[in-house]
Design a protein around this ligand. Structure first.
Ligand code: FAD
Ligand code: NAP
Length: 546
C-alpha cells in the first residue's frame, strides 16, 4: 500500500528517468494511448545533462548526430551553435523537446524510485518511491542511465574536510566560481579532461591527481558550418537510418579496411594525422586491427604519445601524461579542448598518484602516500558506478522474490540488454549486454525505445499479458557478449566497462561490442520471429492497455 493509505495509481507503464531515454519512451507510449508516468529524481528533465554541469561539459559526438532523430522536424527546428554542443545547450534542447511535446504533465520530478516488485498473482509491478507514492503498472521501464550513479571514492576523512567539494556528476546548478582559489582535481577521465582546462583558467592554482593517464584526442571544436548543417538536416531520417546501421551509431570517416601493420609509415602517419586534424573519437578507426591486435594497437598508442610530447613542454610531465598501462581505446577515449597544453601553465601541477594513492582527505586538503596538500576546493572527477549502478540502487524483485542484486551477483545477465529472465515486463533501455556506451547513445536509445514500443504494441494487439526473456536465450546472449569481447583488447584494461573502477564489482565486460547495426538487425529479427527467445503469456489478467 502507498504510505499515504491511498490506492496505488494504475498505469500501463512506469518509466524511471527523464533523460533522453525516458522522454522518448514517454512520447511513444503516450501517442499510442498507453498510460505512462515518468518518475525522475532530479527537478528537471535532461538526465546526464541535468546533473553534469561542471565547467567545460559538452558532448564528444558531434551535436548534429547527438540529438533525437525520430523525425525530420526536430533537427530542422533546432540550431546547434558548435560542432560539439555545451551542456547548457544540450539541456536547453532537451527542455525544448519536453515543452514541444508537452511531456512534463506526465513526469513526476524530485522523486526517486526505491523499489519495484513483480506480483505474480496480478502480473503487475508495484513501484514505490521515496515520497511514499505507489504505482501499479503492467510494465516497468528503466531509463535510469548508464552513467547516472556518481561515485565519490571511499577515501576516509571527507566528512571532516573544511573546504568546498564537488563531484562532476552532481554539479551545483548555480555554478562554482574558482577565482582566486587553490583547487585539487582527482581523476583524469573524460569529465576531468573537459573541466581541467576551464578550471585552470579561473583558479589561483590547480593540482591534478592522476592515477591512470588517458588517451585524449583534440575536439577541434568550432562554430557549425552552415552548409554541413543544411546537408545533415535536409533528410535527417535517412541520416539516422544510416547511423543505426553503422558500427557505432556515428557517421564520419569510415573505418579503414586496411591493417596498420601492412601500411607504410607514410600511410600510417597520413591517416592518423588526418583523423587527429578532424578531431574527436575517430582515431581508433584509422586501421582495422587497432582494436584487435596488440602490435597494431601499439602503433596508434605511440602516435598519440608523440602528440602529447609535442604539446607538453616539460618532458617529465609529458611522460607522466603518456598512457602506457592499457591498450589504446580500451578505456573510453577522451576528447578535449586544450587539455595537454593546460599543463604548460604556471598555475597547474600534475601529481602522479599511481604508487602513492590518496590515503585520506584531511580538514585542509588531502594526503597521499608521500605528501600532503591543502586546497580551498576539491573536485572529484571520479566517475560512475556505470551500467548497473542506478539499477541496483533500486530494490528490484522479480518472480519468487528474486532480487536483481542476487541475480547479478556475479555480473549483469540480460537478453539483448533489454530484459532479464525472471523479471517479466521489466525493460532496461541501453541495459548491459547492449551496445549502449560503445555507441552514439542517442542512436542506441532510440533503437531500444522503438523496440520496446513495438513489443508493448504487439502484446496489446495479441492480448498477451507478459513477456519475459527465457533463461536459455539469456545464457546464450551472455555467452555471445563475452565471446566477442574476448576477441578484442578491451578486457585488458581496468576500465569502468568492466566494473574495475568500483571496488568489489564483478569483473565482466558489460556492453555489447558486436556493433550497433548488427545488434539492431538481431533485435529486429527476433521481434519478427514472434519474439524468439522470449516467453509470451496471456496471463491471468485481461490486457487493458489503450
Ligand atoms: P540519463 O541521461 O543518465 O538519465 C537517467 C535519469 O534517470 C537521470 O536523470 C536520473 O536522475 C534518473 N534516475 C536514475 N535512477 C532513478 C531512480 N531510482 N528514480 C528516479 N530517477 C532515477 N553519450 C554519447 O553518446 N555522447 C556523448 O558525447 C556523451 N557525453 C557524455 C558526457 C557526460 C558528462 C556523461 C556523464 C555521459 C555522456 N554520455 C554521452 C552518455 C550519456 O549518459 C548518454 O548519451 C545519454 O544522455 C543517456 O541518457 P539516458 O536517458 O539513458 O540516461
Ligand atoms: P571515468 O572515466 O571513470 O574517470 C574517473 C577518473 O577518476 C579516472 O581517472 C580514475 O582513475 C579516477 N579515480 C577514480 N577513483 C579514484 C581514486 N580513489 N583516486 C584517484 N583517482 C581516482 O569518469 P568520467 O570522467 O566521469 O567519465 C565517465 C564516462 O562518462 C566517460 O568515459 C564517457 O563515457 C562519459 N563522459 C563523456 C564526456 C564527453 O566528452 N562527452 C565527458 C564526461 C564523461 P583510474 O583510471 O585509475 O581508475
Amino acid at each position: 500500500m502507498p504510505q499515504n493509505g491511498s490506492t496505488p495509481a494504475r498505469l500501463d507503464a512506469v518509466i524511471v528517468g527523464a533523460g533522453f531515454a525516458g522522454l522518448y519512451m514517454l512520447l511513444r507510449l503516450r501517442n499510442a494511448g498507453f498510460s505512462a508516468r515518468v518518475i525522475e529524481a532530479g527537478d528537471g528533465v535532461g538526465g546526464t545533462w541535468y546533473w553534469n554541469r561542471y565547467p567545460g561539459a559538452r558532448c564528444d559526438i558531434e551535436s548534429l548526430q547527438y540529438q533525437y532523430g525520430f523525425n525530420d522536424e526536430l533537427p530542422r527546428e533546432w540550431t546547434w551553435s558548435e560542432k560539439y554542443a555545451t551542456q547548457p545547450e544540450i539541456l536547453a534542447y532537451i527542455n525544448y523537446v519536453a515543452d514541444k511535446y508537452d511531456l512534463r504533465r506526465d513526469i513526476q520530478f524530485d522523486t526517486r524510485v526505491t523499489s519495484a516488485s513483480f506480483d505474480e498473482r496480478t502480473d503487475r509491478w508495484a513501484v514505490q518511491t521515496d515520497r511514499g507514492d505507489e504505482f501499479s503498472a503492467r510494465f516497468c521501464i528503466m531509463a535510469t542511465g548508464c552513467l547516472s550513479a556518481a561515485k565519490v571514492p571511499d577515501i576516509p576523512g571527507l566528512e571532516r574536510y573544511e573546504g568546498e567539494w564537488y563531484h562532476t556528476g552532481a554539479w551545483p546548478h548555480e555554478g562554482v566560481d574558482f577565482s582566486g582559489k587553490t583547487v585539487g582535481v582527482i581523476g583524469t577521465g573524460s569529465s576531468a579532461i573537459q573541466s581541467i582546462p576551464v578550471i585552470a583558467q579561473q583558479a589561483k592554482h590547480l593540482t591534478v591527481f592522476q592515477r591512470t593517464a588517458n588517451f585524449s584526442m583534440p575536439a577541434n571544436n568550432g562554430p557549425l558550418d552552415e552548409d554541413y548543417r543544411a546537408k545533415m538536416t535536409t533528410d535527417y531520417t535517412s541520416i539516422r537510418k544510416a547511423a543505426r546501421n553503422s558500427p557505432a551509431g556515428i557517421l564520419g570517416r569510415p573505418m579503414s579496411d586496411k591493417s596498420v601493420l601492412e601500411a607504410s609509415e607514410e600511410e600510417r602517419n597520413r591517416e592518423f594525422e588526418a583523423r587527429w586534424e578532424i578531431g574527436g573519437l575517430g582515431l581508433g578507426g584509422a586501421f582495422n586491427d587497432v582494436g584487435l591486435n596488440l602490435e597494431a594497437n601499439a602503433i596508434a598508442a605511440e602516435f598519440v604519445r608523440s602528440k602529447i610530447r609535442a604539446i607538453v613542454k616539460d618532458p617529465e610531465t609529458a611522460e607522466l601524461l603518456c598512457p602506457r598501462d592499457y591498450p589504446f581505446g580500451t578505456k573510453r577515449l577522451c576528447v578535449d579542448t586544450g587539455y595537454y597544453a593546460t599543463f604548460n601553465r604556471d598555475n597547474v601541477k600534475l601529481v602522479n598518484i599511481k604508487g602513492n594513492p590518496i590515503e585520506e582527505i584531511t580538514p585542509r586538503g588531502l594526503r597521499t602516500g608521500n605528501a600532503e596538500y591543502e586546497f580551498d576546493a576539491i573536485v572529484f572527477a571520479t566517475g560512475f558506478d556505470a551500467m548497473t549502478g542506478a539499477l541496483l540502487k533500486i530494490d528490484i524483485r522479480g518472480r519468487d522474490g528474486l532480487t536483481l542484486r542476487e541475480k547479478w551477483e556475479h555480473g549483469p545477465r540480460t537478453y539483448l540488454g533489454l530484459q532479464v529472465a525472471g523479471f517479466p515486463n521489466l525493460f532496461t533501455i541501453t541495459g548491459p549486454g547492449s551496445p549502449s556506451v560503445l555507441s552514439n547513445m542517442i542512436v542506441s536509445i532510440e533503437q531500444h525505445v522503438d523496440w520496446i514500443f513495438d513489443c508493448l504494441s504487439y502484446l496489446r494487439e495479441h492480448e498477451l499479458s507478459t513477456i519475459e526473456a527465457s533463461r536459455e536465450a539469456e545464457d546464450r546472449w551472455v555467452d555471445h557478449v563475452n565471446e566477442i569481447a574476448s576477441h578484442t583488447l578491451f578486457p585488458m584494461a581496468n576500465s569502468w566497462y568492466i566494473g574495475a573502477n568500483i571496488p568489489g564489482k564483478p569483473r565482466v565486460f558489460m556492453p555489447y561490442i558486436g556493433g550497433v547495426g548488427n545488434y539492431a538487425q538481431k533485435c529486429q529479427h527476433i521481434a519478427d520471429n514472434g519474439y524468439d527467445g522470449f516467453e509470451l503469456d496471456s496471463g491471468r489478467v485481461a490486457v487493458a492497455a489503450g
